[in-house]
Design a protein around this ligand. Structure first.
Ligand SMILES: *Cc1c(COP(=O)(O)O)cnc(C)c1O
Length: 358
């Protein structure tokens, strides 16, 4: 009865990946990052699945954090970009959200807030990415003023984020780590947070009190290596919905972008850019049909894609399709669409049915 396109979300794999991540840095606290609807996997269900093991969760904004509270998640939740408006501070306090403080305006908001209890604050350093954070020479002053404020709880976390940790050759990461270690020493703290997935996997020196992996929790390695036993959490599947043979010279799909060079069997799959399959996916992007990798042909439509199944025996309406998951990696699909697996996952819209498996 239903459209056969769906994302099967394996929560056992999610918990497995959490334990793999934890095993890389057993003494650190591991904060699963579940921003952007848990990278498209469904933030509530993922948080609930990790609720007995995660000491906290990381999100991008207070709206995402409130959604988790509404789903009865009781852990502290880190707002990784801090507050956008002063009105968020009271809400953060009432809900036990950890608040990043990354610029002078946010600092002033915290110091001047009329609140009854102290907030848990993370002080973000711009160690080289130049996106958020205090410049290194401003950090000591910001730290001291936060320490001295009745609005701020003890145990401020010194935090930063890597720009290039998936690139083992880049000199950026060792520089960022060295800078942060120097600052932590100067401030006399070990309460630090640096590592994202790539830091956790590839830069043991970056492991600190709190690590913040996202991508790897969903089963993908930003270094594109297979050396960890990570299991893809999402398998995006469908079934062939139409099949036809076209003659040599036939245009296929919108605008005749692809022309048949041989008599070709075209299978239609009811998944398009309205389902998060990237419109920019180029011809040849792999799609799995009946366990065979076949090439995408023509342009991606809003609701459908077309693949060349001439070389696969007996493809029919109802033949099984995997867009990514077990055999096709989301990184491949990202790369074939001038993007990466992160964007492909984060763009998965609500239209795609999520089917959860425990
Ligand atoms: C998204 C994000 C992470 C997680 O990064 P991954 O590469 O997915 O592990 C960690 N920290 C911050 C500040 C982020 O924005």
């Amino acid at each position: 009865m239903a459209r056969p396109s769906k994302a099967i979300i394996n929560l056992t794999a999610l918990r497995h990946n959490f334990s793999v991540a934890q095993s890389l840095a057993p003494v650190s606290k591991l904060i699963p990052v579940i921003k952007a609807n848990a990278y498209g996997h469904g933030a509530e269900r993922c948080a609930i699945a990790l609720a007995d093991v995660a000491p906290a969760f990381g999100v991008a904004c207070i709206e995402e954090a409130i959604q988790l509270r509404d789903a009865k998640i009781s852990q502290p939740i880190l707002l990784m970009e801090g507050a956008f408006e002063a009105s968020e501070l009271q809400v953060a306090l009432e809900n036990n959200f950890y608040l990043m403080v990354e610029n002078q305006r946010q600092l002033k908001m915290v110091l001047e807030a009329k609140i009854s209890k102290p907030l848990n604050v993370w002080l973000k350093v711009d160690s080289g990415m130049h996106r958020l954070g205090f410049a290194p020479q401003q950090v000591s002053a910001a730290w001291q003023v936060l320490r001295g404020s009745a609005n701020v709880a003890e145990n401020i976390v010194l935090a930063s984020h890597f720009s290039s940790a998936e690139d083992l050759q880049s000199p950026a990461t060792p520089k960022q780590i060295a800078l942060m270690k120097t600052l932590a020493d100067e401030l006399g703290t070990t309460n630090m947070s640096l590592a994202n997935s790539a830091g956790l996997i590839a830069w043991p020196e970056s492991h600190s009190a709190w690590n913040r992996p996202g991508y790897m929790i969903y089963g993908w390695n930003p270094l594109r290596e297979n050396n960890l036993d990570l299991k893809p959490v999402m398998k995006f599947v469908s079934k062939v919905s139409s099949v036809r043979t076209v003659e040599v010279g036939s245009f296929v799909g919108y605008n005749g972008v692809w022309t048949a060079q041989r008599p070709t069997i075209i299978a239609t799959i009811p998944v398009g850019y309205g389902d998060g399959y990237p419109r920019t996916a180029k011809g040849g992007t792999p799609v799995l049909v009946d366990s065979v990798r076949v090439p995408l042909v023509g342009t991606v439509s809003m609701d459908m894609i077309l693949v060349d199944v001439t070389d696969v025996e007996n493809v029919q309406i109802g033949s099984n399709v995997e867009l990514w998951g077990e055999t096709i990696t989301v990184d491949e699909v990202g790369e074939c669409s001038s993007s990466n697996g992160y964007e492909v996952l984060a763009r998965m819209p609500a239209r795609v049915l999520r089917e959860y498996q425990d």
